[in-house]
Design a protein around this ligand. Structure first.
Ligand code: ADP
Ligand code: ZN
Ligand code: ZN
Length: 677
């Protein structure tokens, strides 16, 4: 006899399992729909928060007395709009994680710990910083290119089309101004908007720009908010108080209603790929969300990813070009220095004669100088001159970097630290040589070359202390620092009009990484670095030091020539059938047991063969990963190339569900990986 006093619902949980699970609830407790609400369940003998994803499901055929009852319904309303719930389902299918894991990534962390309804969660003596004071901005009249771009976007918004645009323009071409006005149009049509940036915590001027235009209706999400602060912002969006959201990739899941527009600035950036479960790519999920809610997407950037530009060429994305810098400022002149000619007495020069001369000139003119090197620390490796071995991290088997400021050896993969040895750990010789150049070493070298200059370093080590970041940038802006030496951090969005000289100490650091995207990344990085020079009245100059002066990534970047770079690179991608001509799935298998991981990987490959054949995939591997021994694990991977589909991914997933897990092996799926390290 069916038990009519109960109704059945499906619940997702935030664990790596095959959810959802069926629970029951007494009919008298049942009020309207439960979908999208949190419930308290008993799961594997633990009390757990679950998320109702389906309700009023058919009575299960199994013995229903065995089905557990839900203990509490936490929420008095759904906390996930149905469009977002559907989106998380898709994320879980496509990126191979549980539905609950995908749901949790769409909600603020804080909710996971509170077993109370939203209204009942009070933040005691919330230390919310006082509201930012908004600095007034000048009224801007758009130039012709901006006007044309805006008109296209406005028109598409009015037509309620599900269209995609690429706003292709170098830094300072006025993209943000177009974003702002597009969002205003969306608001005027009763729609909301989400605008994603790689990083906004540090860009006060950007936050001000948006605050000035959107005031109380703007929500700012950034990495420096505490969990409570994030929750407060999320709840305000949820309650409809905020209609415009700016933030990093997680803001894509902001629970705004009537979404009209998604903007993704600098869409090529790696930060748009989440490196933990769910390993989603923001571009792909944004497309899905836009499709589901009838929204428009605008991608923006100076160096679009090959994926996005190919879609432009195929006509799937409409191109809107901003070719001029605001105020018609010329692009900086770029000089490439072949470092092979800068070897003196067998010793490589860190700063070429040419760059040295340019630094002297800029110092005389009291101009700002940026020196860029993509490596932290003082020496990037310590080699024993007696036996040739390199001092490595025990857990990761990669060379340790010597950091002078803290007098320790640091592993850049697991952040482990140890004291620099006096003797070689392998042969006890004391003849240790500190080699390789990091930002610290450049700092002390440049200080010796220019004893009169005021020099500061700007990398994650240097700005670890709270407030340092802002202090250094502010001092540089006010001309209290002459030379700023930094890593990638100095390339991001900063606008220093007084910088006339940018020096790239070694353009080859990224080029040599074992990744098919390293060329593209080098090009993007150089373009971005070069964009820092000459943003003010005076002309800018960029000096690129390299051992591969004829490499097309370096040559085309020096000529600010995206088109030529694209044409060259896209040919290579096609030859090797790499993205954008295919999609990738990377399966990472790791174990502390070196033998097991190898044999398990080989077996997985064999089991994948029927799927590979059926879907015409190309399988590479199994092979040890470039960083084979990381954080104590031995790591292999299997990469598959082809055209992705949900059906195919589902097959791979169910295959793994049937593979008997080897005790000591763990695996992870990375769909659409952005780096293979
Ligand atoms: P991007 O986002 O392309 O780097 P922004 O939109 O931030 O460029 O514009 C750079 C600077 O130029 C900003 O200070 C902005 O206020 C200003 N600006 C933008 N458009 C115009 C314009 N049409 N006329 C004058 N100044 C402009
Ligand atoms: Zn030795
Ligand atoms: Zn390590």
């Amino acid at each position: 006899m069916p038990d009519t006093s109960y109704t059945y619902i499906n619940v997702a949980v935030g664990l790596p399992v095959n959810d959802p699970f069926t629970y029951k609830i007494r009919r008298e407790k049942y009020y309207s729909t439960l979908i999208g609400r949190r419930v308290l369940i008993s799961f594997r003998n633990r009390a757990l928060i679950g998320y109702v994803v389906e309700d009023k499901i058919k009575e299960p055929v199994t013995d229903t007395t065995k089905i557990k009852e839900i203990s509490t319904v936490i929420d008095d309303q759904p906390i996930l709009p149905s469009a977002l719930l559907q989106l998380t389902k898709w994320v879980s299918d496509y990126y191979m994680c549980s539905w609950g894991e995908a749901i949790q990534s769409a909600l603020p962390q804080y909710i996971k710990t509170k077993k109370k309804s939203l209204g009942a969660i009070t933040i005691r003596n919330s230390k919310r910083k006082k509201e930012l004071e908004i600095e007034p901005l000048k009224e801007i009249s758009l130039n012709a290119e901006q006007k044309r771009s805006l008109e296209s976007i406005e028109e598409a918004l009015e037509r309620k089309g599900k269209k995609q645009f690429l706003l292709f323009g170098i830094t300072s071409s006025g993209k943000t101004e177009v974003y702002i006005r597009s969002i205003k149009k969306a608001l005027s049509l009763g729609k909301s908007a989400i605008c994603l940036f790689p990083e906004i915590a540090l860009t006060k001027h950007l936050q001000n720009y948006f605050l000035y235009h959107f005031k109380d209706t703007l929500a700012i999400v950034h990495s420096r908010l505490t969990q409570q602060e994030r929750f407060i912002v999320w709840r305000e969006i949820f309650e409809g108080k905020k209609k415009v959201v700016i933030g990093p990739r997680s803001a894509l899941f902001a629970p705004v209603e009537k979404l009209g527009l998604i903007i993704i600035d600098e869409e090529h950036e790696n930060t748009y790929k989440q490196q933990e479960v769910p390993r989603y790519h923001t571009r792909t999920v944004a497309q899905k969300r836009a499709e589901g809610e009838g929204a428009l997407i605008v991608y923006g950037g100076a160096t679009p990813s090959l994926e996005t530009m190919r879609k432009v060429k195929k006509g799937d994305i409409e191109l809107l070009a901003l070719k001029k810098r605001v105020g018609d400022r010329p692009l900086p002149i770029v000089k490439i220095i072949d470092m092979k000619n800068e070897v003196r007495k067998g010793k490589i020069m860190l700063v070429s004669q040419y760059l040295k001369g340019e630094i002297e000139n800029a110092l005389k003119g009291r101009d700002g100088i940026l020196l860029f090197l993509n490596r932290r620390g003082f020496a990037t490796h310590i080699t024993c001159l007696a036996c040739g071995s390199v001092v490595e991290c025990q857990r990761c088997k990669v060379a340790l970097t010597y950091h002078q400021a803290e007098r320790s050896l640091v592993c850049h993969y697991c952040d482990g630290r140890k004291e620099p040895p006096d003797h070689c750990p392998a042969c006890s010789s004391s003849r240790l040589k500190y080699g390789g150049v990091g930002t610290e070493r450049i700092e002390s070298h440049v200080a010796r070359l220019f004893p009169q200059a005021r020099i500061e370093r700007f990398d994650t080590d240097r700005v670890r202390k709270k407030g340092e970041h802002e202090r250094i940038l502010d001092a540089f802006k006010r001309g209290k620092i002459d030379i700023l030496i930094g890593t990638q951090m100095i390339t991001k969005g900063f606008d220093f009009p007084h910088v006339t000289l940018v020096g790239v100490i070694n353009a080859d650091t990224v080029l040599s990484l074992p990744d098919f995207r390293s060329t593209e990344r080098t090009f993007q990085l150089l373009m971005q670095v070069a964009g820092r020079a000459g943003r003010g009245e005076r002309e800018g100059k960029v000096v690129i030091q390299t051992f591969s002066p004829n490499h097309y990534a370096i040559r085309t970047a020096a000529q600010h020539d995206y088109e030529s770079f694209y044409n060259e690179e896209i040919k290579r991608r096609q030859e090797l059938n790499y993205p954008p001509f295919s999609d990738l799935i990377n399966i990472i298998i790791r174990s502390k047991d070196e033998k097991q991981v190898r044999s398990f990987s080989v077996r997985v490959k064999e089991l994948l063969e029927p799927i590979v054949k059926k879907w015409e995939l190309e399988l590479m591997g199994p092979a040890p990963l470039p960083f084979y021994h990381l954080r104590g694990y031995f790591r292999w991977h299997i990469m598959m190339k082809g055209t992705l589909s949900l059906a195919m991914i589902t097959e791979i997933r169910s295959l793994f569900q049937n593979i008997k897990k080897k005790k000591n092996c763990q695996y992870a799926f990375d769909v659409e990986p952005v780096n293979i390290l």
